[in-house]
Design a protein around this ligand. Structure first.
Ligand code: PEP
Length: 255
């Protein structure tokens, strides 16, 4: 059975103390997960040790990071490397989030390097893709997302792809309250799976989890996760409140 994942992206929110309370509430209220379910919590770098301590002993809950640098080490003040994340016990790293592409000038070439370094350092990659509104309006979203995947990911081997999760996040749905319809989500996820099939064959296409992200909340999670090719979600705003995040986790468990 394909892995199903609900991942929290806290972005630049919550103090250490607020985060600690949230992790306790999430762990305390966690429903029984199915064997193929995983919950990932990706806080700011400063909170990773706290999250790792808070989830200790919870086998299907993993700590994540929101980024890593595209160089292995060196004079990059303020940056954090993939090797550092691995040494801090991080299991997953989000790469290519649209906010980083947009605000931090991350290019396809940089993202491909980040992916290579993350995998070389034993991290699981959550690779984000997704189109802006103008591309959706032109109805060229399939080509746009395919180009992002080819540039950032599809140089990997099938063996490396076993450690990659794709997150489809239409930019017009992130933090806007405007969610993709189930039809829009399923169509894009099926298209992404077709591109995986064309690049790697059926085994990789069938095994790779494809998460949906963009204003996912407890009220729409079950419907979205009910789509055949949606394997969970990458959650921003709704991951900052325990009740909402737990509601989304329950929707994954119920799939
Ligand atoms: C995100 O930024 O990854 C995201 C999905 O945000 P939100 O859930 O707030 O739309």
């Amino acid at each position: 059975m394909r892995r199903q994942i609900v991942a929290a992206n806290w972005k630049m929110n919550l103090t250490l103390q607020e985060g600690e309370v949230l992790v306790k509430e999430i762990c305390g209220g966690m429903p029984a997960l199915a064997p193929h379910n995983t919950v990932v919590i990706a806080p700011p770098f400063t909170h990773i040790a706290m999250v790792s301590a808070g989830i200790a002993g919870k086998e299907q809950v993993a700590s994540g990071a929101q980024n890593c640098h595209h160089e292995a080490a060196g004079a990059y003040t303020g940056e954090v490397s993939a090797a550092m994340l691995n040494s801090a016990g991080v299991a997953y790293v989000i790469i290519g989030h649209s906010e980083r592409r947009q605000y931090c000038g991350e290019t396809d070439a940089m993202l491909a390097e980040k992916v290579n370094l993350a995998l070389a350092n034993g991290l699981e990659v959550i690779f984000c893709c997704g189109e802006p509104l103008e591309v959706r309006d032109e109805q060229t979203q399939n080509q746009y997302v395919e180009a992002q995947l080819k540039a950032g990911l599809y140089h990997l081997t099938a063996e490396q792809m076993k450690h990659v999760v794709i997150a489809y996040e239409p930019i017009w749905a992130i933090g806007t309250g405007r969610t993709a319809s189930t039809e829009q989500a399923q169509d894009m996820h099926a298209h992404i799976r077709q591109t995986l099939n064309a690049a790697y064959g059926d085994a990789t296409a069938t095994a790779t989890p494809i998460l949906y992200g963009g204003s996912c909340k407890p009220s729409n999670a079950a419907e979205l996760f009910g789509c055949a090719d949606v394997d969970g979600g990458l959650i921003g705003g709704a991951s900052l409140k325990a009740a909402e995040f737990l509601g989304i986790i329950s929707a994954m468990v119920g799939k």
